[in-house]
Design a binder for this molecule. Structure first.
Ligand SMILES: Cc1cc2nc3c(=O)[nH]c(=O)nc-3n(C[C@H](O)[C@H](O)[C@H](O)COP(=O)(O)OP(=O)(O)OC[C@H]3O[C@@H](n4cnc5c(N)ncnc54)[C@H](O)[C@@H]3O)c2cc1C
Length: 384
């Protein structure tokens, strides 16, 4: 059993962890440098998806999906979670084998998924979709949620249970004494802790490096657009074989759409301006979106933004309490698909913080694997 716990990061991973700890009566402080959900957990498409996951991540995604269905009652808030499925389109015949592979892999994990090769079958589910596709996979238990409302729901529930959440406080470094963590340093001084949970998204490597842990991230920049509210047209989350487009219609009627990604070369720090997409990126996203749902052509644009992704070499996260330094817990590197996992990430990081271990299968997610990894980095598979 641990004493005081400090969490760095107020995205879905940090806020869900704060909630899990607080509801178990553990003293926890969460420090967030900006606002809650001001980075990936706000920029996200917020698909809640099992289909197309790496086999190592599938048990966590399935456990997360099981949690999402009861989350509103549990957190006493509306996360706008909807479970209407994920449609991954084969845009051309050459995409069909990849989509069928996703179907086989997902089925092998015991998750219901079908391949639809007739446009009539696809339109029976999603009438607004283009007829100009070769087929699509359909996983009915996938869905989506409202990212800001979900993070806030975790944070509010955590606060009701006694968690202390502070925004506008940057952790400058993790403080250690000998072989153990003793707290975190902020501009206002040191906050003491027996356990520090690093859930700091793309900034996690900056906090871990001085402790001797190398988390290799390829930071990717992804453009996103949002339309004005439209009548209900699409229940599912859309994706494509190569992960180069994803979109959905929010509960409030707005479409949230994203396409493509590029390396992030703007230095260590982001600001609201250098994260905005270029006109060319917006143009590509619009073209993909209208190609997928022709009726979008008539909709007005409400917002554009860019998001940064913490892509690891194998596109899998680090979830670990490393043995080398007592009191350190890592939850980072979610590689573009950590929103869905949020409720389970919270459970895992809280287990690691309190007990040092968890019953959930996290062996594949150790940081040491990167030191011995060979081969090419995995491609970004951003598809809801
Ligand atoms: C465009 C886009 C689309 C996506 N689509 C999906 C999707 O459909 N489905 C899905 O599951 N996932 C998706 N993702 C990925 C998902 O959003 C992320 O994996 C997830 O939100 C990560 O949450 P997090 O809490 O770990 O990190 P973040 O949300 O990035 O939170 C980290 C927080 O730590 C804070 N922080 C950093 N350093 C410090 C410090 N030194 N001191 C204090 N605070 C600090 C940051 O300000 C930030 O708020 C998408 C991401 C993007 C960008």
């Amino acid at each position: 059993m641990s004493g005081k716990i400090v969490i760095i990061g107020g995205g879905i991973s940090g806020c869900a962890t704060a909630y899990e700890l607080a509801r178990n009566g553990i003293a926890v402080t969460l420090l967030e440098r900006g606002d809650l959900h001001s980075m990936a957990s706000g920029w996200t498409l917020a698909g809640v998806r099992q289909s197309g996951r790496h086999p190592a991540e599938l048990p966590l995604a399935a456990a997360a999906v099981a949690r999402w269905s009861d989350l509103n009652d549990e957190l006493e808030a509306d996360t706008e979670y909807r479970r209407h499925g994920n449609l991954r389109m084969a845009l051309t015949e050459s995409d069909v084998p990849k989509i069928k592979e996703v179907v086989e892999e997902t089925k092998a994990a015991g998750i219901e998924i079908t391949y639809l090769d007739s446009i009539a079958d696809i339109h029976a589910i999603a009438p607004a979709l283009t007829s100009d596709i070769a087929g699509a996979s359909f996983c009915p238990s996938d869905g989506h949620a409202n990212p800001a409302k979900s993070v806030q729901a975790f944070a509010n529930a955590a606060i009701r249970q006694g968690a202390y959440i502070r925004t506008g406080v940057e952790v400058l470094r993790i403080v250690t004494e000998g072989e153990r963590v003793t707290g975190v340093e902020t501009a206002d001084g040191v906050v003491g802790a027996d356990v520090v949970v690093v859930a700091a998204g793309i900034y996690s490597p900056l906090l871990l490096k001085p402790l001797g842990y190398d988390l290799p991230l390829d930071i990717r920049h992804v453009p996103a657009i949002q339309t004005v509210p439209a009548p209900p047209m699409l229940d599912q989350v859309l994706g494509v074989a190569a992960g180069t487009f994803a979109g959905r219609q929010q509960v409030d009627g707005r479409f949230r759409l994203t396409a493509g990604s590029s390396p992030w070369n703007a230095g260590d720090r982001h600001d609201p301006f250098n994260v905005q997409p270029t006109l060319a990126q917006v143009q590509e996203t619009l073209a993909f979106s209208i190609r997928a749902i022709p009726a979008l052509e008539k909709l007005r644009l409400a917002q554009v933004w860019g998001g940064l992704l913490d892509q690891t070499p194998d596109a899998l996260p680090v979830l670990q309490r490393p043995s080398g330094l007592e009191g350190l817990v890592i939850g980072a590197g979610f590689s573009g698909h950590g929103f869905c996992l949020g409720p389970i990430t919270g459970q895992i990081l809280a287990d690691l913080a309190v007990h040092g271990s968890t019953e959930l299968p996290i062996d594949p997610f150790r940081i040491e694997r990167f030191a011995t990894r060979t081969g090419n980095p995995e491609a970004l598979t951003l598809h809801g």
